[in-house]
Ligand binder design. Structure first.
Ligand code: IPM
Ligand code: MN
Length: 372
């Protein structure tokens, strides 16, 4: 298969984790005879420092002309610490989502049994956790009108949703639930918010067309507790933009590390794949960031194009890195490898997939792996 892939490394650790994902895609090309072409473009703080725009026209055009976008991360401390900055890196990502029509962010949260001890929660609570969050991505409070009074003392953000915006992602989520364990949880704050009541009405009506899916609603302040005490009860979680942002971060902590999980943001014409995590500017250039979430985003990309065997090959190589303890320091307190090394290991194991993951543990443990 030929694929044109736009690479948007962005800020902080984005470029370095994305580089590891590209290594793995090159390994896939080599092993399965595909031809992917890669083009890089700036977005975020890097782009602002080039020419004052968080999403340059050329970057947007490149994304539109590509089959898929692989995204790193966005955000820099100088902006986080300066609420007065008018142009902000995050605006680049928000505009990109809107312009590409990426209305659904699909964020799977599945515990890796071998890493279960990495969670802050007891292993018995998280064992078996396997849910996917369908987060609405181009509406709600992120995109509503923003105001700040002239004297700078009163601000507002409008949260608006239309029936159409709700129903298109709801159908995707119900279809996913049908293929999975047949359970869908809508998360809202319908006891307080008008937009949430509209979500409840629209999604409840749609649920009639999916009688095989068990449908329930939970308030956001309830599910944050349920996720800590009984995460295995969930299958598909559907929610609006900001609740989805918060819940997906919580989900990654439930399973053990921000550095492990990927997301697919999709619309009718475009698709973008990226880690859940942020730009972690403190770690930039230190070769300590966990590249697994970024590499995992290629699994979602390959699945998106129907390349299941290839997706499995990447997933198996990631699994092997866990078995061999070739991990960064955020994992099990014992990981001692750098970003680059973990990326090289996973890429090498895609090419050389046949090796039994249970041999040579000793050498790997001593850092004397001959695989690289
Ligand atoms: C995410 C991120 C973004 C969001 C930021 C970087 C704008 O946190 O994708 O979860 O809030 O959507
Ligand atoms: Mn987030």
């Amino acid at each position: 298969m030929n694929l044109k892939i736009a690479l948007l490394g962005g800020d902080g650790i984005g470029p370095e984790v994305l580089a590891q994902a590209v290594k793995c895609l090159r390994a896939i090309e080599e092993t399965f005879n595909h031809q992917f072409t890669y083009k890089e473009a700036p977005v975020g703080a890097v782009a602002i420092s080039n020419d004052g725009k968080a999403l340059p026209k050329e970057t947007l055009q490149l994304c539109k002309d590509s089959d898929a976008v692989l995204f790193g991360a966005i955000g820099e401390l100088e902006y986080d610490n300066n609420p007065e900055a008018r142009i902000r890196p995050e605006q680049g990502l928000l505009k990109l989502r809107k312009e590409l029509g990426l209305f659904a962010s699909i964020r799977p949260v599945k515990v890796f049994p071998i890493l279960a001890k990495n969670s802050v929660l007891p292993e018995k609570i998280i064992t078996g956790t396997d849910f996917v969050i369908y987060r609405e991505l181009t509406g709600g409070i992120y995109y509503g009108e923003k105001t700040l009074s002239e004297d700078g003392t009163v601000a507002s953000d409008l949260c608006e949703y239309s029936e159409k915006e709700i129903s298109r992602i709801a159908h995707l989520a119900f279809k996913a639930a049908k293929k999975r364990r047949g359970r869908l949880t809508l998360v809202d704050k319908a006891n307080v918010l008008e937009t949430s009541r509209l979500w409840r009405k629209v999604v409840t009506e749609i649920s009639d067309s999916y009688p095989e899916v068990h449908f329930e609603c939970l308030f956001i302040d309830n599910i944050v507790v349920q996720l800590m005490t009984n995460p295995t009860q969930f299958d598909v979680i559907l929610t609006e933009n900001m609740f989805g942002d918060i819940l997906t971060s919580q989900g990654s902590v439930v399973i053990g590390s921000m550095g492990l999980l990927p997301s697919a943001s999709v619309g009718n014409e475009n698709a973008m794949f990226s880690p859940f995590h942020g730009s972690y500017p403190q770690a930039k250039g230190k070769n300590i960031a966990n590249p697994v979430a970024s590499i995992f985003s290629t699994v979602l990309m390959l699945q998106h194009f129907g390349l299941y065997e290839e997706a499995n090959a990447v997933a198996a190589a990631i699994q092997k890195s866990f078995i061999k303890k070739v991990t960064t320091t955020d994992i099990l307190g014992s990981g001692k490898y750098g970003t680059d090394y973990v990326g090289d290991f996973i890429a090498a194991n895609i090419v050389d997939a046949d090796e039994d993951p249970n041999i040579n543990d000793e050498n790997i443990g001593l850092g004397r792996s001959t695989i690289i």
